[in-house]
Design a protein. Structure first.
Length: 214
């Protein structure tokens, strides 16, 4: 795995309980609840009513701690403008949950130093270029438009470099922009590629700002 900014688990020990929770079966010896926040529709990491690799990690953490896992589902918010991050740590800070997974490193939670504690990274991922024959390279002139999820780190990176971008609300929107010709390439968060019918450009050199160990 390439060197990258750490992405991990953020934790905060507060007592309040979120209003939208699912209790997950745990051993009878489990004592206090371990509340973990997940986005309702963020496959393959989490999805309400389905499986996800982050929900599997949470189950393992709860089992190791002998705690009863309670999943707090966070509604998907529509992103419309570029902001500093698309990650929301308010559920941690307000005590809705004790843990939040897939956190984009220490820099992302710098303002909350003393409030949030990060674990060691537990997987690596990056934004990927699609389709396979896309010719975009960071640092080189590119006359075409690139489709990107609104308010994502990739959106910020494209905007900072002056590349023309097309803001999309979903990954399916990115593929739609490629299909109708309004964009020549797209940047998609790597873990989401498993759910999309598109091949990545395996030769794309991902800049450090778009790759992490989580």
């Amino acid at each position: 795995m390439r060197d990258a900014t750490a992405l991990a688990v953020a934790a905060l020990a507060l007592a309040a309980c979120g209003p939208t929770t699912d209790q997950v079966a745990a051993p009878e010896t489990a004592k206090d609840a371990l509340r973990v926040c997940f986005a309702e529709n963020d496959p393959p990491r989490s999805r309400r009513g389905g499986d996800g690799f982050d929900t599997d990690v949470a189950r393992e953490i709860a089992a190791q701690l002998d705690r009863r896992l309670v999943i707090v589902w966070l509604p998907e918010e529509e992103q419309t403008d570029i902001e500093s991050t698309d990650a929301d740590y308010r559920p941690l800070l307000t005590g809705q949950c004790h843990l939040q997974l897939s956190v984009p490193g220490a820099a992302a939670v710098e303002r909350y130093r003393g409030w949030l504690v990060l674990s060691e990274p537990y997987y690596g991922a990056a934004f990927e270029l699609v389709p396979a024959d896309a010719s975009f390279r960071f640092g080189e002139p590119y006359p075409e438009t690139i489709a990107v999820r609104a308010n994502s780190v990739a959106h910020l990176a494209l905007d900072a470099t002056g590349v023309r971008w097309s803001q999309q609300a979903t990954n399916e929107g990115i593929l739609g922009a490629l299909a109708d010709g309004s964009a020549a390439a797209g940047l998609v968060w790597g873990p989401h590629l498993a759910l999309l019918d598109v091949e990545r450009n395996a030769d794309f050199e991902v800049p450090p700002v778009l790759r992490w160990n989580l």
